[in-house]
Design a protein around this ligand. Structure first.
Ligand SMILES: Nc1ncnc2c1ncn2[C@@H]1O[C@H](COP(=O)(O)OP(=O)(O)OP(=O)(O)O)[C@@H](O)[C@H]1O
Length: 254
C-alpha cells in the first residue's frame, strides 16, 4: 500500500494541495477527478516523489519513500506525466528505459530485461514500430510506447497523468483495457482522468478533488450517489445500465 499522510504541497511556497490523506492498494484502479487547476497533477507528482511536499509523509509498505534509495523506489513506483516530448530515440530504446532501475553500471540489459521489453511491446501491439524513431509516430502510437515503457518498468504502483487525453476513441479504449489488465496483474493504477464516465465505470475508487482538497474518496457508486460530482462540476449526472453485465454508464449534461 502507498499512503499519503497529511500532505500539503505546492510551488514557490504557495500551497496547492492541502491535508491530503489517501492510500492506494495493489490490484485496484483509482481515478482522480476534479476541475482544471484543482491540484490533481500536483497530487500525482507528490505521490511519486517528483515534488517534495511542504509537510506530511508518503509511506510505501510501512517505510517513508524519503528513506528509500531512488533506484529501489523506481522498481516500485512509476509515473507517466502528461506532457512528454518525443526524444530522438527508437521505440525499442524508449521501452528499454523502463528497465533502467534494474540495470547495473554500465547499463547492459540482460536476457530478462530484453524479454520484459519484448513482452511489453507485444502487449501494446507496438512491435511493428520497434525500430522507428518516436518522433515518427502519431500521438496515440507514442502514448502506447510510453505505456510500454511503464509496463517494462514493472512497478507495483503506477501513476498515470491523463493517459487517454487527445487519443481517438479506439486508442482510448485500448489504453483503458491495458489499465484493466494492469489491475488484473495485481498492480495499483492511479490516474488523473477528465473523462468522468470512464472514471466511474472502470475504477474501484474515485477521488474527487476541489481547490486542493479531497472532497470524497470512495467507490464509484458512492461518489455518484453523494452528488458531489454534480456540485463540483456544476453538471447533472445520470447513471444508466447499458450493458448485459449490469455495468453502469454515466451521462452528463448541463
Ligand atoms: N510548476 C508549477 N509552478 C507553479 N505553479 C504551478 C506549477 N504547476 C502547477 N501549478 C499551479 O498549481 C495549481 C494546480 O495545478 P495542477 O496541475 O496540479 O492542477 P490539475 O488539477 O492537474 O489541472 P488540469 O486538470 O488543468 O491538468 C494551478 O493553479 C497551477 O497553476
Amino acid at each position: 500500500m502507498i499512503k499519503l499522510k497529511d500532505i500539503t504541497a505546492g510551488y514557490n511556497g504557495i500551497e496547492v494541495i492541502k491535508n491530503i490523506n489517501i492510500s492506494f492498494e495493489k490490484g485496484s484502479i483509482t481515478s482522480i477527478i476534479g476541475k482544471n487547476g484543482c491540484g490533481k497533477t500536483t497530487l500525482l507528482k507528490t505521490a511519486s516523489k517528483l515534488l517534495k511536499p511542504f509537510s506530511g509523509d508518503i509511506i510505501l509498505n510501512g517505510e517513508s519513500i524519503y528513506n528509500i534509495p531512488e533506484k529501489k523506489l523506481a522498481r516500485k513506483v512509476s509515473f507517466l506525466p502528461q506532457m512528454r516530448n518525443a526524444p530522438n530515440i527508437s521505440v525499442y530504446n524508449l521501452v528499454m528505459h523502463g528497465r533502467f532501475p534494474y540495470l547495473g553500471f554500465p547499463r547492459i540489459p540482460q536476457a530478462e530485461d530484453r524479454a520484459m521489453v519484448e513482452r511489453a511491446m507485444k502487449k501494446l501491439g507496438i512491435k511493428k514500430y520497434k525500430d522507428k524513431k518516436l518522433r515518427e509516430l502519431s500521438g496515440g502510437e507514442r502514448q502506447k510506447v510510453y505505456i510500454g515503457m511503464v509496463l517494462a518498468q514493472d512497478t507495483d504502483y503506477i501513476f498515470l497523468d491523463e493517459p487517454t487525453t487527445y487519443l481517438d476513441i479506439n486508442h482510448q479504449l485500448e489504453i483503458l483495457d491495458i489499465i484493466k489488465e494492469l489491475k488484473r496483474m495485481g498492480k495499483a493504477v492511479i490516474m488523473v482522468i477528465h473523462d468522468l464516465n470512464s472514471a466511474l465505470s472502470i475504477s474501484d475508487k474515485v477521488c474527487l478533488m476541489d481547490r486542493g482538497e479531497i472532497v470524497i474518496f470512495d467507490s464509484p457508486k458512492a461518489v455518484y450517489s453523494s452528488k458531489e460530482i454534480e456540485r463540483v462540476f456544476q453538471v447533472k449526472c445520470e447513471e444508466v445500465n447499458m450493458d448485459k453485465k449490469g455495468q453502469s454508464q454515466y451521462i452528463f449534461s448541463i
